[in-house]
Design a protein around this ligand. Structure first.
Ligand code: SF4
Ligand code: SF4
Length: 667
């Protein structure tokens, strides 16, 4: 008896009558048209913003295009920013991988079908390609269904930070329906088509389902196949048409935002006086003041709530939810287009929300599609500051910065008072220094921080470092002013400091304040020279590595609190740990995923409600490690963590990493 010939292929529209094929294409075109209309409506909303140079971005040189394409590949296709969040991440990665594979498979099938119409020799959907294709789609289809099921389960639990809309259930139901009916179509096709051997088992799930329909006659299986094929096709068309009108919109806007956004961790866009004179606009007071990429980013937000989960202001009960800020602005973008917009300030976003932000950047790094709630809040602050809406203790500190050169309002002549009895060289007396030590306002004037400054000075002197300080010629960097929205006060201070640094020929700067470090690294080059800026923990560790300082073993247990502007924004988190030595009792939220102390973004200068202190939340986490000492690497963190630990009634000691080392060296 002859062996049956195994056909390693199948007909694309097998069992589908020609009239149904025609109707299929008519509906496909209709769903594409609805999709395009929906995208066009959103595009008109984004066009309300200030223009961005799309042509320049797309046609600019490859060196500038490369990082954007890299983000698209790594963070879009590779889901880099989605991963690392347990079940929700796994669910998304599985659903995404399944979706992409099914989409690619369907597209290839259609390409093959059309190619074969031109000439049979272009037909490629057969042989080993067919076996791999069918097997891959079967496996990825399963991943797709598992991912959707996990999402359904998660949504049923309704986690607080996740956005909930009725249409979410429609979308998930549709996805599940598409996945399940896809397998039924395949199973029923196998029943009437009767493939054998590899042609059967290259679709293992379909083959298994076909066994369930084992008793079906060919005529019944053909009718059932046609009916389920129609249900499946209609659901696919429905899904495609729904994309621009539901949360699925992020399938387009997410990758688009990954491509068009510009990473800006620790940075702010400068405002020029000329631009303000021309437009009369400082910051953002209406939707049209945001640029087109920022408006696109509002549509990229899928309300996953990761930003809220990471936000210290939200966690401490302050009236700030970064997700709500994005969603409220999105709502305003829509109503503005209809001519029914409420006021941005007051009606849409409240003042307490704008000032509650600590600028910790946790929301920025948490967002899977690079929405930047912090960047939006900074722009809103700029408008408020220009309107004179910043009041109370923070406004007072800004005034002191302007008139006295430091937020505390101490006389500049007292800048070097901390160095009493120490042989600390001034740049004006010692012009041949190798590194300039930028002490900062806190290190110069705050009583507690002065002790840290003295410890650092002793360590530098012991190691024989050729350094100098500016003393009374040092002025506040203006970091807090900029982050509180007073751009022109910041620029005034930056200009003054630039002139001083230039006068002394400074190229390399050492600083113990991560806020000064960030400003000198990211803000200052926008207005003049670029400097090499190093944090004192990195510098001290280098001195140990070079054999210029010893590092005696630590006694007692210690935990380390990573300052946001040091660890998350500027990536410095290993050096402080190396300085503290082995056996640190680590907190769960650490390194780039640290939790704020509550002082950044100018919050240092604001009053806090006793029951809304970020510092208390962080202090609790530190105390829970059971460590006797909480080490920090920032003068603001030193203040906040000391207050937090005290409020918790703990006896843990809070000290700077440099103090810890100096103590071990007997200095
Ligand atoms: S920067 Fe920090 S405090 Fe501000 S909104 Fe983002 S997470 Fe919240
Ligand atoms: S802004 Fe980003 S992290 Fe926050 S809810 Fe939207 S998508 Fe999620």
């Amino acid at each position: 008896m002859d062996e049956p010939t195994i056909q390693l292929t199948r007909e694309t529209f097998g069992n589908i009558p020609p009239s149904s094929v025609v109707a299929f294409y008519v509906m496909a075109v209709a769903s594409v048209l609805v999709f395009c209309w929906g995208v066009w409506r959103r595009w008109k909303l984004w066009r309300q913003g200030k223009p961005i140079s799309v042509r320049e971005i797309l046609t600019g040189n490859f060196a500038r295009l490369k990082p954007r394409l890299g983000r698209l590949l790594k963070e879009g296709l590779g889901q880099k920013r989605v991963r690392g969040r347990g079940l929700a991440s796994w669910a998304h990665v599985m659903m995404f991988a399944g979706f992409m594979m099914l989409f690619l498979g369907t597209t290839l099938l259609e390409v093959d079908h059309l190619a074969a119409k031109v000439s049979e020799k272009f037909h490629f959907h057969h042989g080993w390609y067919y076996v791999i294709y069918e097997g891959a789609l079967d496996v990825f289809g399963l991943l797709f269904i598992i991912g959707i099921s996990l999402f359904v389960w998660r949504r049923m639990r309704r986690p607080g930070s996740l956005g909930h809309r009725a249409s979410d259930w429609t979308v998930l139901g549709l996805f599940l329906g598409i996945g399940v009916t896809g397998y039924f179509v395949e199973g029923l096709r196998i029943v009437w088509d009767q493939p054998v051997g590899l042609a059967l088992w290259c679709s293992p799930v379909g083959a298994g389902l076909a066994k369930l329909f084992g008793g079906m006659s060919e005529a019944t299986s053909r009718s059932a196949h046609l009916a389920v094929w129609w249900v499946h096709s209609l659901m696919v068309f429905g899904f495609f048409a729904m994309i621009p009108f539901t949360r699925l919109l992020h399938l387009i806007t997410g990758p688009a935002n990954l491509f068009f956004s510009t990473p800006s961790l620790g940075q702010l866009t400068p405002i020029s006086i000329e631009a303000v004179e021309e437009t009369g606009v400082v910051g953002v007071s209406e939707i049209a003041h945001l640029d087109q990429q920022q408006l696109l980013s509002l549509d990229a937000c899928m309300e996953c709530g990761r930003c809220d989960d990471a936000c210290p202001a939200f966690a401490s009960g302050k009236p700030l939810s970064p997700k709500a800020v994005v969603q409220d602005l999105k709502g305003l973008m829509e109503t503005t287009a209809l001519g029914q917009a409420a006021a941005l300030h007051g009606d849409t976003i409240h003042a307490e929300t704008i000032w509650a932000c600590t600028s910790c950047s946790a929301c920025v790094t948490a967002c899977p599609v690079r929405v930047d709630p912090l960047g939006l809040l900074f722009e809103l602050r700029r408008d408020r500051a220009a309107e004179g809406a910043l009041a109370g203790s923070a406004a007072n500190s800004m005034r002191q910065m302007q008139t006295k050169g430091n937020p505390w309002g101490f006389p500049q002549a007292e800048r070097l008072a901390w160095a009493d009895g120490l042989d600390v060289p001034l740049a004006s007396d010692h012009p041949d220094f190798e590194i300039l030590w930028w002490v900062g306002c806190a290190g110069s004037f705050d009583r507690r921080a002065q002790k840290v400054t003295r410890s650092i000075a002793k360590l530098l002197l012991k190691a024989g470092v050729n350094f100098a300080v500016l003393g009374p010629n040092e002025c506040c960097t203006g970091d807090s002013a900029r982050r509180l929205g007073d751009e022109f006060l910041f620029q005034e201070l930056a200009e003054k400091n630039h002139a001083t640094l230039k006068q002394h020929g400074v190229r390399k700067i050492l600083t113990q304040c991560p806020h000064c470090m960030n400003s000198l690294t990211h803000d200052y080059p926008q207005f003049g020279d670029k400097f090499e800026v190093v944090h004192h923990t990195e510098f001290l560790q280098q001195l140990i590595d070079d054999g210029k300082l010893a590092a005696p073993e630590r006694t007692g247990s210690v935990t380390y609190h990573d300052p946001c502007y040091l660890a998350r924004v500027n990536g410095v988190h290993q050096a402080p740990r190396d300085l503290l030595g082995d056996g640190i009792s680590e907190m769960e939220q650490r390194r780039e995923k640290t939790f704020c102390c509550g002082a950044g973004g100018g919050r240092m200068w604001m009053e806090e409600e006793a029951d809304q202190r970020v510092s208390v939340l962080r202090a609790k986490e530190a105390i829970e490690t059971g460590a006797e000492t909480v080490a920090v690497g920032c003068p603001f963190c030193l203040t906040m963590m000391t207050d937090g630990v005290k409020s918790c009634g703990s006896g843990a000691k809070v000290e700077d990493v440099a103090e810890n080392l100096a103590k071990r060296l007997g200095l």
